[in-house]
Write a protein that binds this ligand. Sequence first.
Ligand code: ADP
Length: 609
Amino acid sequence: MKHFKSTEEAVRSQSVRELLPKIIPLFAGQKRLFFISVSLLALTTTTALVGPLVLQHIIDVAIPKSDTNELWLAAGIYLAVIALGSVVSYYQAITLFSMGIRIITDLKERLFRHVLYLGLGFHGGHPPGKLISRVENDTETLKELFGDVSVNLLRNFVLFFGILTVMLLKDLRIASYVLIMIPLLFGATFWYLNFMKKYWRETRAQVAIVIGYIAEYMQGMDVIQQFNYQRRARERMADVNMGKYRIDTLSQYIEYGFWAGFIFGEIIAICVVLVVAIQGVVDGTVSLGILVMFIEFIRQMFQPIMELSGQLNFVQRGLISVERVFGILETEISIKDGPRDPSELKFEREIRFENVWFAYEDNAEGEPEWILKDVSFTVQKGQKIAFVGPSGGGKSTTINLLLRFYDPQQGRVTVDGIDIREFPVKAWRELLGLVLQDIYLFPGSVKDNIRVFDNSISDEQVQNVAQIARADEIVGKLKDGYDGELAERGANLSVGERQLLSFARALAYDPPVLVLDEATSSVDPHTEQMVQEAIDRLLEGRTAMIVAHRLSTILNSDRILVIKGGQLVESGTHEELYHTDGVYTRLVKLQFGDKSDQITANLAKAAGR
Ligand code: ADP
């Protein structure tokens, strides 16, 4: 199965010693609940220890005395102890649950907040499905770890040593037989936990793969249906599902096998006690009460060991989730805010690319795979600049650097001579209005989509920019006007309509610089004309950078930059470049054919030359 590889899910494996300092602070905000839990824990442990002691007292003392009153009293105490234990256990469970849920709610929020600020470099390598799995699934696993498991683990440790101490005090000889078995049981448990670790890790990875698969394919539903890809999509799903099924069943087989062996161990321990103690009862050295108490304690002791293994097993799984969650939380935000105050960011003269080198990733030899190679150019305030060139040349990458979706490895981008990295990211991006090829629309009203849920932009402003961008026609078509709901991702709008909305959105912030990644998708002539008019209005009085796919829109730009193979190969106006007989000339001729000369002459005439 080549489609999704587990290696895509690779998360750095960390030791408990590394993870513990990260986990403990998570409890810091929950001191009260933690304290209550631990107190209740002490109480349940005590009741568990007192029960068998009362039982022994009944058998050894109350019954031989034939004292009915004492018998009733002891039975009453026994019952009260058991009842108290149950009530306290209930409250303890509730407290633990609230603690767990609070911790993971905080953690989920932290995780989501962090993901929002991680650069596009990170998101390129972490498709949505896998992030959903980490934010939702892994934190849910942690809920159990932080709630139930952590405190019960403590309880079982205490209970185990409590029982052992009482046993040793009550009958050293019988207790020492039990004692011999303990290292064996623990040894087996630890071996088992270690052995299972790789299975659990793989299970988590497989879960993420399945979720990733579903999320990604659901997003491409139109393509799947258009290409009748359902059957193959189903087969691939069956494949990944099967992968998870196999690893799940295998680990379950091993797990149940181990538990069966463990229960066998318990029976052996009881047999040993019976053999030793019955002999003692016959010889008169051991009382019947002690025998019953020991059997009761052994059952109670195996319970914590068994639970302990189950819980340690859960802790292991939880730790794997901790690794995955912290794997994200510790991913440094690569696009950092600079130290300068936003008020220093003016843009009065020019934006400049200075010898910029950029690679998205390294090649097999670990060398950067340069996508932009030594690119330098200047955009004067008020100019309209167009980027053209063959597809894959690096036009969108240039825009990505300008918007600081990525930072260059070498060289710099400056505004009025200052590196843009010296300003806070937010302040810099506020300067730029971005109009993307395919706008992302949020589920919500038209109004909220135009102002991106920013209530500081008034309804009047929204209407005003919608008119400028010619998006008001769309609004007219919707039943509730500006409050009309858009379907998810704007499914109830045409491509052209979505573009107009995207213009309105860019305008709502009235940015001095507009960055336009021109749509490649063709629209009907009416919309095309509307889009063109809207662009013209949009650009009025602003500095603009346009990635052009259809040259018709940029022929009269102040400057055209031709980017090919990651390099700036030509730069000038249409007329200048057209006559050089270079890359640009070929692009123009490819698009306009015989009309190219005529178009150029018309442009010159319009410009009065
Ligand atoms: P253009 O806009 O001129 O068509 P791009 O800037 O989109 O070109 O792409 C330039 C090169 O960078 C292409 O070879 C493309 O495969 C590569 N590229 C673009 N985006 C990424 C990315 N996120 N990760 C890796 N490579 C990328």
